[in-house]
Unconditional design. Structure first.
Length: 320
């Protein structure tokens, strides 16, 4: 019971910390006259992935690679199957193909790159450098295409920045908000990691299983809250764009930083099962988006059912 309480406390600290960090960073960007496009693309994208970053980095430094990698892979699976499944049930998510084609394809490409770099059954520091270089290339490409070519997806990233309100205005409150967010993220990642390891030992399952499920869902709360709010407000492009952007940052940014800090051996179940589920869900989302230009409630139900099946298999067939 204590371990589950620690896990819940860690999730709460991460959720509040991530929210505070995003609000503070966006407020700073407005004071510095940073464009809404860049704020939505970088600050919201990285900010919603901050809990995953803190947990994976601490797990990597604590020599628990199964949680570090499992957290990212599980978050990407959950973002598509769980979060978009819920959002599509709230309202069908109509999407402009031209607005998201680059990001949807990049998610699939990043998933393929992950599988390629796992060829040696580990992510080395050189792999981390490749991930980070790919992330920089994506950000430059995205900003250049939207800033200078008026890509429709610019509206998505600008809307993401506008979706988060209210923001602190006074400089002292901005600094306080950012500092508080960082401290909560650090504390939350530490507490969550203690609870997650304890639960794995109690249930007799591997760290990878807990990282891929409980930890992954817990660290995805910022993506869940922003996407659900966007769906309730009928801002479909924001809901989908937030998930796609988060998945790109998770793979290229978080794994890049984690592998750069500490080489990460990969658990066999991730090699044999989860990496293919992650790639398969990315391809399935791409198929849904390009066949009908939307995610219907039926497709949302299919995604949610798929997540239920994935979690069930994680704790039965692939529990060790």
């Amino acid at each position: 019971m204590v371990n589950f309480l620690l896990l819940a406390l860690g999730v709460a600290l991460l959720a509040f910390g991530g929210e505070a960090l995003i609000r503070g960073a966006l407020a700073s960007a407005r004071r510095l006259d940073v464009s809404p496009l860049l704020s939505g693309l970088v600050i919201v994208g990285f900010g919603t992935s901050a809990p995953e970053l803190m947990v994976s980095v601490e797990a990597a430094l604590d020599e628990r690679p199964d949680i570090a990698i499992g957290n990212v892979v599980g978050s990407n699976i959950g973002n598509i199957l769980l979060i978009l499944g819920i959002c599509a049930l709230i309202t069908p998510l109509a999407v402009k193909p031209l607005a998201l084609r680059r990001d949807a394809v990049t998610v699939v490409a990043a998933s393929i790159l992950f599988s390629v770099l796992l060829g040696g059954s580990a992510l080395e520091r050189a792999d981390g450098v490749i991930f980070l270089m790919a992330l920089v290339a994506y950000l430059v490409w995205a900003y250049w295409s939207e800033r200078f070519h008026g890509a429709p997806s610019a509206e998505v990233h600008e809307a993401e920045a506008e979706e988060i309100t209210p923001l602190p205005k006074a400089a002292v409150w901005i600094v306080t908000t950012v500092t508080t967010g960082l401290l909560l993220l650090i504390a939350g990642s530490h507490v969550l990691l203690i609870g997650a390891v304890g639960i794995a030992e109690q249930l007799g399952v591997s760290d990878a299983v807990i990282g891929l499920t409980l930890v992954a869902v817990g660290t995805s709360f910022p993506e869940l809250s922003i996407s659900v709010i966007a769906a309730l407000r009928r801002h479909a492009d924001v809901a989908i764009g937030n998930v796609l952007g988060s998945n790109i940052f998770n793979l290229l940014g978080i794994l890049g930083i984690s592998a750069l800090l500490q080489p990460l051996p990969v658990h066999q179940r991730i090699l044999q099962f989860d990496q293919w589920i992650m790639l398969g869900t990315s391809l399935l989302l791409l198929l849904f988006l390009y066949t009908k230009n939307c995610l219907s409630r039926l497709e949302g139900g299919i995604l949610l059912a798929g997540y239920g099946a994935y979690v069930g298999l994680s704790f039965t067939t692939f529990s060790v």
